[in-house]
Design a protein around this ligand. Structure first.
Ligand code: HSE
Length: 373
């Protein structure tokens, strides 16, 4: 039974050696890691081209924490109070079926206004394609609340706000899960084909990506009577997702695969049970991705240590970093932990940082205001 055997761990050195013989190291078993994923393509999903129901809409999409430690590429959640806004208008001066990005304001104004090279533009175009829009031109303003390359799902927030804006202006014909596909088009172009930011940015709460092909998303409901706070410490350091993905290990030992799988399972159980302590422990336990990325973020290891010493239930890198995320169940405690994390970023990483304490955003991308036709 070769297959069964290959799943056993390498034999451990036994404890009864009488001589000081070094046990012969067994070859480690590796799990091959491949980042090739089949991509679901965006197709027109509505039979009849819808008419706009508003002349203008404004939408908001929240920041997200992807991975949550061992949930690399398959688990993420939305956090409240931070995010991007999109204002979208029906614009007769724009060619029918096209979109123009008229203005980008906020924390990142140097982004391209070419819709084919901008997260909001790419997601908006994909949503227009899904709706079959051929007769109306649109113009879009993007207000960035999130800095780029911060580990808080900045590109996903822009894409989510844009996809939801297009859907809303045409009478909400697409489901949130369908809009995730439009957002994924954008994520694939700018940072990699991963849905753990865009799915929670659109759907809110915690989302598990059970499968990419076909895309199968499972919202995980954190009980409303339980408390959970995220302490986010963001240093002045850019960690582009593409670069941080290039640093990932190509192979992992089977033992790490087993360990990470058990932590990811515990993470899901902790979310469903509202167990912040178990959630923290599981989130802190990544042995696959965090160890290769943390050394690339000055001070990250010290920040994690400081957060845990200050009483956090767990701490890891938020998404691809450089933001560090810790979890706790009391807001004031979160503020104290945040101060310690900021101190450690400065002391060890020589990086200025800011900390904030946030709750879960349970709603996801949404309409903020609209002007009827
Ligand atoms: N899962 C992605 C990564 C999230 O860690 O590369 C990026 O925000």
């Amino acid at each position: 039974m070769a297959t069964t055997l290959s799943f056993h761990s390498p034999s451990k050195p036994t404890s009864h050696f009488h001589f000081q013989l070094k046990p012969k190291p067994s070859p480690p078993l590796f799990a091959k890691v491949s980042f090739f994923r089949c991509r679901a393509s965006v197709q027109t999903l509505v039979a009849v081209e819808p008419e706009p129901v508003f002349t203008s809409v404004k939408t908001f999409a929240p920041a997200t924490v992807a991975n949550l430690g061992p949930g690399f590429d398959f688990l993420g959640c939305a956090v409240d109070g931070l995010g991007d806004h999109v204002t979208l208008r029906v614009d007769p001066s724009v060619r029918a079926g096209e979109i123009l990005i008229s203005e980008i304001t906020g924390t990142a104004t140097k982004l391209s206004t070419n819709p084919l090279r901008n997260c909001a533009g790419i997601a908006a175009i994909a949503t227009m394609k899904m709706l079959g829009i051929r007769s109306v031109g649109l113009s879009l303003d993007l207000h960035k609340g999130l800095p780029l390359g911060s580990g808080l799902g900045s590109s996903a927030a822009s894409a989510a706000a844009a996809a939801v804006a297009v859907n809303e202006i045409f009478g909400r014909k697409l489901r949130k899960e369908e809009l995730v596909l439009a957002g994924l088009e954008s994520e694939a172009k700018v940072s990699g084909y991963h849905a753990d930011n865009i799915a929670p940015a659109i759907m809110g709460g915690f989302v598990l990506i059970r499968s990419y092909e076909p895309l199968d998303l499972k919202p995980l409901r954190f009980p409303s009577d339980k408390d959970l706070f995220f302490v986010l410490a963001s240093p002045e350091f850019e960690a582009p997702t593409k670069k941080m993905r290039a640093a990932l290990p190509a192979e992992i030992p089977m033992a790490h695969h087993v360990w990470n799988s058990s932590q990811a399972a515990a993470l899901v159980a902790a979310v469903l049970e509202g167990d912040a302590v178990m959630l923290g422990k599981a989130l802190s336990g990544d042995r696959v991705v965090e160890p290769t990325r943390a050394p690339l973020i000055p001070g990250m290891e010290a920040v994690k240590k400081a957060a845990l010493e200050a009483g956090a239930f767990g701490c890891t890198i938020s998404g691809a970093g450089p933001t560090a995320v810790a979890v706790v169940d009391v807001e004031e405690k979160g503020e104290e932990i945040g101060e310690k994390m900021v101190e450690a970023f400065m002391k060890v990483g020589n990086l200025k940082s800011v900390a904030s304490v946030k709750k879960l955003d349970k709603i996801g991308a949404r309409l903020v205001s609209s002007i009827s036709r």
